[in-house]
Write a protein that binds this ligand. Structure first.
Ligand SMILES: Nc1ncnc2c1ncn2[C@@H]1O[C@H](COP(=O)(O)OP(=O)(O)OP(=O)(O)O)[C@@H](O)[C@H]1O
Length: 677
């Protein structure tokens, strides 16, 4: 197939250089999409149906037996050999069961080692004598050592995941799921599915995946390309609202208030605060005649525009036309027969422009927010009855900003500028947006994401127990309201794939304290011995004398502790795959030094692991969404203490405890939080 595309000669068929260029780009994109991934086999499953399937449902293949793979593959005659996993005929591969075999006689799963076919598993779904057994291939797939970025799960998508992946594009879905239940994987596969089922529509409108930070985005960036989808944009919320340069930081209270949905009303008032009613008539001179629109008519026009829910900018564009229209009516009454061109000319008349400038001034969103956060009186006028005086004081910048360029904008301020921008001019909507780790967004951030899918749909993924921002989501219905998708369907995933039973059960002891309503996840894998908790005795190593002289926010100086951490990392590295050393942010510099001194090279989150570099030093604040085959967790008490309050601290710890696929070693000198004792 690749050679076919590569051999295409387009010299004779292209009319102009533009069409030639477009065609050439398409060919190159197709070649890129067909690139050979040496360790990615072309098919992973086979379905034998009891009855023949129509060509229409099977990518033109027809018959009873189908190989299923990441993408469609045909032979030299164009006859399908492998059917795309997203085609309707492939669906029973994921959904068929003994209770509902979906006309499937046999489902076969293939197992590979590297690129080589090494195993297969058969289920005769219509055979009453056969019973279900756990899939060894699924377990092997999950436990396959991790090197490099996140992999696709296309060969082993589970029925409850498949329902989300294939749900209708018109509806928004929200998935609450415990750590490792496959939310991220499901969201990415859903994008791939939607692109298959609605290719043209989404090519026009666009799709976007939103993640919490760049480390996370680079971890997941290979999944869609591996599924042949190269066109999906990725961004953090902060990148989406990048109207101003963020250089400052809010204290938690200011950030929480700026993220509060009430700010939307404050901004709405601010944007409209410049609207004024005229006190003078508008007099337009054309040739020898003067046309006069009296004050009361101008007031009517402006009041009418104010009453409409159109964007501020659209109304501003409409105002001169409205005034010109009033002038035209007068011209007609005066016996003239003006046409549209006259109306346009009148709209551009300086008298009309003067009214617009006076009554509906242009708004620069960033300047407006700058003023709002700098001038107490202006803020008070816009926030009256919405924010209390104390809240207003908290929102104001400590030092007024001088200009948009030099002001110390914070991340929350940038979201306000985005809201103001949208009040002035509608933000274009995409066809579909996947929002991962959604639980950490503020109401104003949900609004920012929501306006990027007003006419499209969204997939919202998150876990209330992993919310670590001061404004973390307390309930999904409320979050969905802020997103502008109150009708969204909420699903829950509780079957964990990443974390072994022993580890998830241990981490789940924190749930009553961090998210009382949530049920603990189960795990698809038992892995006895996967959890080790080691207490480091004081003075266990030499040189532990000036132990308590730390100033870096770490708990206690501990050469013994560092030694134990290094030993645990070395142990973990004896296994294949990746190791993550997770530690409180404040303890990271010291551990980094120790690793370097011990000759253990390490990566930062977001760097790609490889066979040579398999150890990553992960600040607890960046651990979310990532995973490692083996995790060494340094000093849980420090992870908890690194957050402004205990609940957030325990949530951060919950995230850190749930990153391991095969083994977790917890090292502590200080007492563990009581829930884990
Ligand atoms: N059906 C599946 N088959 C094989 N592996 C799976 C399956 N579902 C999930 N996984 C694997 O489980 C791990 C966790 O998945 P993922 O990161 O999507 O979970 P998550 O719910 O987003 O977790 P977190 O809440 O911690 O961010 C990944 O390695 C993923 O590939």
């Amino acid at each position: 197939m690749r050679e076919d595309v590569e051999s295409l000669d387009i010299r004779d068929v292209t009319g102009t250089w533009v069409t030639a260029l477009v065609l050439q780009n398409q060919i190159e994109a197709r070649i890129a999409a067909l690139a050979d991934l040496s360790h990615t086999p072309l098919f992973f499953g086979r379905l034998d149906y009891l009855h023949a399937i129509s060509e229409e449902l099977s990518e033109g293949s027809g018959g009873e037996s189908f190989y299923i793979g990441r993408r469609h593959v045909h032979d030299a005659d164009g006859d399908p050999m492998v059917i795309d996993w997203r085609a309707p005929v492939s669906q029973p591969f994921y959904r068929a069961s003994r209770t509902d075999p979906m006309d499937v006689d046999r489902r076969r799963r293939f197992g590979y080692t590297g690129g080589e076919l090494t195993a297969y598993e058969d289920e005769h779904l219509s055979d009453p004598a056969e019973t279900d057994s756990a899939s060894a291939l699924l377990a092997a797939e999950i436990e396959k050592p991790r090197v490099g970025p996140m992999r696709d799960i296309v060969a082993t998508i589970q029925p409850e995941q498949d329902e989300i992946v294939r749900s209708d594009i018109t509806g928004t879905i929200c998935v609450q799921g415990a750590p490792g239940t496959g939310k991220t994987a499901v969201g990415l596969h859903r994008v791939a599915y939607l692109l298959y089922a609605h290719r043209e529509r989404l090519a026009r409108t666009g799709t976007l995946v939103i993640g919490p930070n760049n480390a996370f985005l680079s971890y997941i960036e290979q999944v869609l390309p591996a599924l042949g989808e190269l066109e999906v944009a990725q961004a953090t919320v902060q990148q989406l609202v990048g109207h101003v340069e963020v250089r400052g930081e809010d204290d938690p209270e200011a950030a929480r208030l700026k993220g509060d949905a009430r700010m939307a009303e404050v901004l709405r008032r601010a944007v409209r605060s410049g609207i004024a009613l005229p006190t003078e008539p508008c007099v337009v001179v054309r040739g020898s005649r003067r046309w006069r629109v009296p004050v009361y008519e101008l007031v009517e026009i402006i009041e009418e525009l104010k009453g409409r829910e159109t964007r501020y900018g659209a109304a501003r564009d409409a105002l001169p036309q409205r005034i010109a229209h009033a002038v035209l009516l007068k011209m007609e009454q005066g016996g003239e027969a003006p046409d549209d061109r006259v109306q346009d000319a009148v709209a551009r008349n300086s008298a009309v422009k003067a009214v617009v400038k006076e009554c509906w001034p242009a708004v620069d969103p960033a300047k407006l927010v700058l003023r709002l956060l700098s001038e107490p009186e202006f803020l008070a006028a816009c926030a009256e009855g919405v924010l209390t005086p104390e809240e207003q004081r908290a929102v104001l910048w400590p030092k007024p900003g001088r200009s948009v360029k030099t002001a110390r904008w914070t991340a929350a301020d940038a979201v306000l500028v985005d809201e103001a921008t949208d009040l002035v001019q509608r933000t274009p909507s995409l066809g579909h947006v996947v929002l991962d780790e959604a639980q950490d967004l503020s109401p104003m951030q949900y609004r920012a994401v929501g306006r990027r899918c007003t006419t499209g749909s969204a997939t919202v993924l998150g876990d209330l127990a992993q919310g670590t921002t001061p404004w973390a989501t307390a309930s999904w219905p409320e979050a969905l309201r802020h997103l502008g998708k109150p009708q969204a369907h909420i699903e829950e995933l509780t079957k964990g794939f990443r974390v072994p039973e022993e580890v998830i059960a241990y981490a789940s002891r924190l749930l009553p304290a961090i998210a009382p309503g949530l049920a603990p996840a189960s795990s698809v894998r038992e892995a006895p011995g996967s959890l080790t908790i080691r207490r480091i005795a004081d003075g266990a190593a030499e040189g532990d004398t000036d132990a308590d002289t730390d100033t870096d926010g770490g708990t206690t100086g501990d050469a013994a502790g560092t030694e134990a951490v290094l030993a645990a990392c070395r142990e973990a590295l004896e296994h294949e795959g990746s190791t993550g050393l997770i530690a409180a942010d404040a303890r990271v510099p010291r551990l980094a030094e120790a690793l370097t001194a011990a000759g253990l090279p390490y990566l930062s989150p977001g760097d790609e692991t490889s066979a040579e570099a398999r150890l990553t030093l992960v600040p607890a604040s960046l651990a979310k969404g990532l995973e490692y085959d083996y995790v060494v967790l340094d000093e849980p008490a420090a992870v908890v203490a690194g957050e402004p309050d205990e609940r957030t601290g325990l949530r951060r710890l919950y995230v850190a405890l749930t990153r391991a696929v095969s083994g977790l070693t917890v090292l502590h000198r200080e007492p563990l939080p009581e829930q884990l004792r």
